[in-house]
Design a protein around this ligand. Structure first.
Ligand code: AMP
Ligand code: MG
Length: 335
């Protein structure tokens, strides 16, 4: 009798241990996915493997929303809106996080000689980007508005953590860098929750974290700017960000001409050398700023700049369709 009971308890213990071992060590990890729409004017999707993945994905989406509220030029309560409202009036104190992103944006303005310029907002607004009514402005209005675009008139006070736009009417638009920053922060949230295998895609800003549980790499398709429903090629990626800028992402057409959302601060018109750029770097924030910068500069004027970022990979699709690459794009397979 006692022996039988011992046997039964032994069997239950064995089953419980086996169940736990299977659950935690042996079972194939489940893939969790989340999608959210309209954050930072884009859609975001995250895939992840791992035990805490489901709640970690929710947290990552909240992180993106939090960052949007800090930086959106369209939300009246954001720090960026406060800075813009106080242009020509007074410096605005901002949290260290906001200060550091603006400081990085100014850094990219400096190293690109102003081809990247986060004070582009008044010109974006004149073209109607961010509004329902987009149209080509008159040359006179454009020239007048261009007087408000100058990153050298952003005054940063490191001691007081303040940002000041020196001329009334100026406005910050961090749309070319902040999505990348958000992807970096979502990456941090997932890592802090012990998620090692994930793929974030926030409207062309991608981060591939780790490998899939079966040991294979994430495969990331790069959109073909000349046929955005298709792709140019695929990159096998691990612990790296891939950020694309393109004339197909936001645009309107007038008189048979496409006017898109990446403005050449030298002219006030949409940049015309490239139709698409993709930058591969560990930092999504830097890759974001650079994809926009390289888009404006084109391959010939970008080489010296790219040298500042060892390990970088860049794919340019020039207007007309020529594809040029720079740096490490070995694992990019053209279609
Ligand atoms: P992206 O899609 O990252 O290339 O960024 C494009 C967005 O950045 C636009 O929607 C504008 O908000 C802003 N932008 C446009 N032109 C520039 C520029 N030359 N420098 C910095 N930001 C820009
Ligand atoms: Mg960008």
């Amino acid at each position: 009798m006692v022996k039988k009971r011992k046997l039964a308890i032994g069997a239950i213990v064995f089953a419980a241990v086996f169940f736990l071992a299977y659950r935690f060590f042996l079972s194939p990890q489940k893939l969790y996915e989340i999608e959210a729409f309209g954050i930072m004017d884009t859609d975001v999707s995250i895939k992840a493997y791992g035990r805490n993945a489901e709640s970690a994905l929710d947290e990552a989406i909240w992180e993106m929303k939090r960052i949007d509220q800090l930086f959106s030029a369209f939300s009246p309560d954001s720090y960026v809106s406060k800075i813009n409202e106080a242009a020509g009036i007074a410096p605005v104190e901002v949290p260290p996080e906001v200060f550091s992103v603006i400081e990085r944006a100014v850094y990219f303005s400096e190293i690109t000689g102003g081809s990247f310029d986060p004070t582009i907002l008044p010109v974006m607004t004149l073209w109607g980007f961010g509004t329902a009514k987009k149209s080509k402005p008159s040359r006179e209005k454009l020239l007048k508005t261009m007087e408000l675009v100058d990153y050298r008139k952003i005054e940063l006070d490191f001691e007081k953590s303040t940002v000041y736009l020196k001329k009334a009417g100026m406005g910050l638009d961090l749309g070319a860098i902040v999505k990348g920053y958000a992807v970096d922060k979502m990456h941090d949230v997932l890592k802090a929750r012990g998620i090692e295998s994930f793929l974030i895609n926030a409207g062309g800003n991608v981060y591939a974290g780790g490998k899939k549980p079966d040991g294979t790499l994430w495969r990331v398709a790069v959109t073909d700017p000349l046929d955005p429903s298709g792709y140019l090629g695929v990159i096998e990626a691990q612990d790296i960000s891939l950020v694309s800028s393109g004339d197909y992402q936001r645009y309107f057409e007038e008189g048979g001409v496409r006017y898109h959302h990446i403005i050449d601060p030298g002219t006030g018109y949409p940049a015309s050398v490239c139709v698409g750029t993709t930058v591969i770097l560990p930092s999504s924030k830097d890759a974001d700023a650079l994809s926009t910068s390289f888009f404006v500069l084109g391959p010939d004027r970008s080489a010296d700049l790219a040298k500042l970022f060892p390990g970088i990979g860049v794919i340019f699709v020039e207007t007309g369709g020529n594809v040029a690459t720079y740096g490490i794009v070995d694992n990019f397979q053209f279609k």
